[in-house]
Design a protein around this ligand. Sequence first.
Ligand SMILES: *Cc1c(COP(=O)(O)O)cnc(C)c1O
Length: 371
Amino acid sequence: MKVPQLDLNAQYLTIKDELEAAILGVVRQHAYILGPAVEKFEKEIAQYIGMKHAIGVSSGSDSLLLSLMALNIGEGDEVITTPFTFFATASCVARLKARPVFADIRPDTYNIDVDCIKKAITKKTRAIIPVDLYGQAAEMEDIVALADKHGIKVIEDACQAIGAQRNGKRAGAFGWVGCFSFYPSKNLGACGEGGLIVTNDDDLAVRFRALRQHGMTVVYHHDYLGINARMHGIQGAVLSVKLKYLDRWAKGRQAVAAKYERLFAEAGLNEFLTPPVVMKGNEHIYHQYVVRAKHRDELLEHMHKATAGGTIYYPVPLHMQPCFKYLGYKQGDMPVTEQACREVLALPIYAELTDEQQRYVVDTMKEFYRK
Ligand SMILES: *Cc1c(COP(=O)(O)O)cnc(C)c1O
């Protein structure tokens, strides 16, 4: 058997006609960039997340970059974030000539550790970018309270957590702004690149709408130095269709996650694997289902030979990336993150994953540990 890590085709087949009609609609209108489909999606998603404004942009990476640009972040500024995330969370800081400052993570949820943020705050700190990793919100209330105390802004990187909730509030709705990605493999995936910024601040929303098109509020009048980061009409149309199914897909992923735990117990694998920990008050949407595994690298090799999936998010922490060498971090500076990099393993998860496929994944793992 072959179990893909993610099967985009399985999802596509369930909404094929609706999706293709929506795309064709945009093509026939030639509303390729922004336009009615994007405006419709912005209204729907703002309501879904529970925020006043949603601004469609070109990618999750650009949503983070534009957020820092709106704060005028630049040389001499520091921005605190986690070293255990996708590169874009920290590269946006460095691209603006500010300094990414890393704060270590919690060993249970892999999200940024609030005590480590406290220790990293200096007079130069302008913002904190917590990440809702793997689809579970970070301790956003505590982070926002800490930031408020110091007069700094919180940019919530919810790129992996669309639809997740914490104490009844959606991920992305906690900070000064929330950032999302619609990269095709995300839980809400476009047919190409896409991203989103959400905010409750009216003036800020106007500013983001300008910043995503070269800082123009009136055409050819540039109030700010912006970039080209507009959402495409086709993506707006695709995302409107898919948004209707997002909660259903999340329930499917949650069922797969619960079943993994049952199957691990049945297979006697609990001494080798630590399943994901969901913090009290959190609803996890399992963008990734990540376990800590003993002998991780050998296990992964065995799984790949058996075509049973398995991927590592993330093998190298950001403070050890060659391009961040100039920041001066060394091995041992972020021990919890470094250990996670050696032990985490993401297993196949998506709403359409069959019982047979899931059992094959766990049987393959059992074969490795029990031989
Ligand atoms: C995917 C992702 C991004 C970047 O989004 P793109 O749309 O790929 O640019 C940023 N942060 C996190 C945590 C992500 O998972």
